[in-house]
Design a protein around this ligand. Structure first.
Ligand code: GSH
Length: 237
């Protein structure tokens, strides 16, 4: 059965965590909304409940046979065992899922630095609040999340879970890339404190499937419509 990913076509966003898993595993998937014949209307049809399966609230959404799976961490939890990106034992899968859920919390907080009041408002309508939020994010929240992940890697023999490469390593790569894009000064100042995470990131970058993906047109650049946005006024001085 083919894997179909439904996600906004013009941003990396949360869909990128799913793309990275398929690309690393070398498993074919269809990025449905990037197919000009299907585009965003295909995603909107799923969101309106016009496809078989549980109607999802928001993308990324994975369609696999009659199954529709939403929530980024749950999509990864669902596919990872089948594509060899998580330990097979229940405890190992649970550990990976737990860490991935926490990474998605970090992603949500990174998003909220530019949309602290509401996602229904423009960034320009919440700039003072965004500056306060970003200051706290860089001073306290990003360090707290990344120090915890670093501790997992230090205790875990160089990987966040399972003592081996999993989809969580790929998500560490993506989060570090996103934070470095959004906050070049703030992230650079903190980066020396997380050498284990930096090692994970660099190892992921060199993996054959990921290296090929990053060099391909499928890897679109970060931009200011996505989750990790570069607004210099939100970065550290
Ligand atoms: N917790 C969900 C969040 C999903 C989410 O916020 N998706 C965004 C795109 S990255 C969206 O389109 N949301 C629409 C909405 O919240 O109305 C996940 O991790 O997948």
């Amino acid at each position: 059965m083919p894997y179909e990913l439904y996600y906004w076509p013009s941003i990396q966003g949360r869909g990128e965590f799913v793309r990275l898993a398929f690309e690393d595993a070398g498993v074919p998937y269809e990025d449905v909304c990037r197919d000009p014949a299907r585009g965003v209307p295909a995603l909107l049809a799923v969101l309106k409940g016009q496809e078989a399966g549980l109607r999802p609230f928001a993308p990324p959404i994975l369609k696999h046979g009659d199954m529709l799976v939403a929530q980024t961490a749950l999509v990864l939890h669902y596919v990872a065992a089948a594509i060899g990106l998580v330990p097979k034992d229940p405890a190992g899968r649970l550990a990976a899922h737990q860490v991935q859920l926490t990474i998605m919390d970090l992603v949500a907080e990174a998003h909220d630095t530019h949309h602290p009041v509401g996602t229904n408002l423009y960034y320009e309508d919440q700039k003072p609040e965004a500056e306060r939020r970003a200051t706290g994010f860089l001073a306290a929240r990003m360090p707290k999340y990344l120090s915890w992940l670093e501790d997992l890697v230090q205790r875990g023999g160089g990987h966040p879970v399972g003592g081996a490469h999993t989809y969580v390593d790929l998500s560490v790569f993506q989060v570090l890339e996103g934070l470095a894009y959004a906050f070049p000064r703030g992230f650079a100042a903190f980066e020396p404190k997380v050498p284990g995470l930096v090692a994970v990131r660099e190892r992921v970058r060199e993996r054959s499937g990921i290296a090929a993906y990053l060099a391909s047109p499928r890897r679109i650049p970060f931009n200011e419509d996505g989750i990790f946005r570069r607004y210099p006024e939100l970065d550290a001085p």
